[in-house]
Design a protein around this ligand. Sequence first.
Ligand code: GUN
Length: 282
Amino acid sequence: MTIIFDGKKLRDKILNELRLKIANFDYSKRPRLDVILVGDDPASKIYVNNKRKFADKIGIRSYVHTFNNSVSEDAIIKKIKEFNEDKSVTAILVQLPLPEHINKYKVINAISPQKDVDGLTDYNKMKLYSGGTPFVYPCTPKGVIKILDENNIKIEGKHAVVIGRSDLVGRPLAQMLLNRNATVTVCHSKTESLSNITKTADILISAVGKKLIGENMIKSGCVVIDVGIFKDENDQTTGDVDFGKVKSNADFITPVPGGVGPMTIASLMSNTLELYNKSSRL
Ligand code: GUN
């Protein structure tokens, strides 16, 4: 029997636990998440609204600061520096992607690592990539590891194949799996004979954003985690995996929507609380 993961159920369980913890703080001293949104990318607007909605639900104070597409890099960095100085701001997120004229690395690295809720600053990356402990782990990879742990899926010694090498998902996730003693293979757009590799995966994670994983590409009984999310030609939200065909051959699979996506939100909220707890102790 294939287990189909329910991301909303686990998200709600995690959010409820966070809500109960946050309820203990005075309102004015609650964790505070400030989100910077640049431009009018419709998907980013939806993601940001969703982040604010869930923050509100569990008692995190959240603010969205919107800039138009033509804003200068300096103006965004100035805002970030204000947040760095402001003790009431405990977490900062710059929604990606940013417009082309803005250097995202410069902007992200303006965030104080202690307030970097995405774990994307060089400081936090360096900690992760050297096997150390960042202030927090990037949200989607953290959500994927949580899915594996909550479902008692063994990572140590297993062959984990990650498809995609983005800063947000593929690279940090590969590193987190390696830190948990998986044998990790990272595949990408230039990988040759992809299916020969995916067929050897005990844990297959696809984070590409196009339909890629068919029924003949997996090993029977493996774990399939679909991080991809996009609209198909019929405007339906879908993932990288041909869910209908792959499902019966896997032991465990995450659907899209309703799989990894809700876990990213849960991780963001839990990172916000973690940064808050660490900041109170500084
Ligand atoms: N855009 C898409 N996903 C993410 C995310 O996890 N963090 C940020 N900052 N931007 C995103």
